[in-house]
Structures are given as C-alpha cells and as structure tokens.
Ligand binder design. Structure first.
Ligand SMILES: [Zn+2]
Length: 123
C-alpha cells in the first residue's frame, strides 16, 4: 500500500474513532479508552432518558462494536499491519478499505464467513 493511501485511510479511521466516541459519550455511555475531554463530558449531560434509553443501549452496543473495530484498525496501522486480512493475511483491496477503513477481512474471507453464518443448521 502506498504511503498516501495509508495516510488517507488512517485519517479516515481517526475521524471515525472520534465520531463514534462522541456519539457514545453524548448518549451517556462510557467509552473504553478513557481519554474523554471535558468538552465531550459536557455532552454527556444531554443524555437521553427513559424509554429512549433502551434504544440508546442497543445503538450503543453497535457503536461500541464499531468503535472497537476502528480502534483495532488504528492499532494495526501503528504496528504496520494495516490492510492485511486477519484470516488469510492477504492485502485487503484499497477499494474495500476506502469503503470500510476498519475492515478486518478481505472480501473473499468475509464472504466465506458470511456464507458459513447463513447456512441453516442441518436437521
Ligand atoms: Zn482473507
């Protein structure tokens, strides 16, 4: 991968990390990596309450999952392993990374995994 592409993708990841963290904190959810600035902590005061909370919790689970994947991708970039499929070790296509910078699997491996998951249990 070229240095330019890597810079572009890690910048996209950093933006996503910040967006996800802000959305989590705004909804009053703690974020694993504890570097919350007081500006963001103020947003916590506007957290939704009551019936909205269940919806928020479900959304927060999704956001937390995304946040964890983005954080893991940033760590891989830091360790010079970014863009390699976690299953087969081949390079993930630049097109795929541009669409999903935190992608962990190349498209063939992703399809294999989804195919396995979608296969109904034998009776
Ligand atoms: Zn793969």
């Amino acid at each position: 991968m070229s240095g330019t592409a890597l810079a572009e993708l890690t910048a996209a990841l950093a933006v996503r990390e910040l967006q996800l963290r802000t959305r989590l904190v705004r909804n009053g959810h703690a974020v694993p990596e504890a570097d919350i600035t007081h500006d963001v902590a103020d947003l916590k005061d506007r957290a939704a309450e009551g019936a909205q909370q269940a919806v928020d919790d479900a959304e927060a689970d999704v956001l937390r999952g995304q946040h964890a994947r983005v954080g893991a991708a940033l760590r891989r970039a830091h360790e010079h392993r970014y863009g390699l499929c976690l299953a087969c070790g081949e390079a993930i296509s630049l097109e795929r990374l541009r669409a999903l910078p935190e992608a962990e699997l190349c498209l063939p491996c992703q399809r294999t995994q989804e195919g396995v998951r979608r296969t109904p249990p034998a009776r």
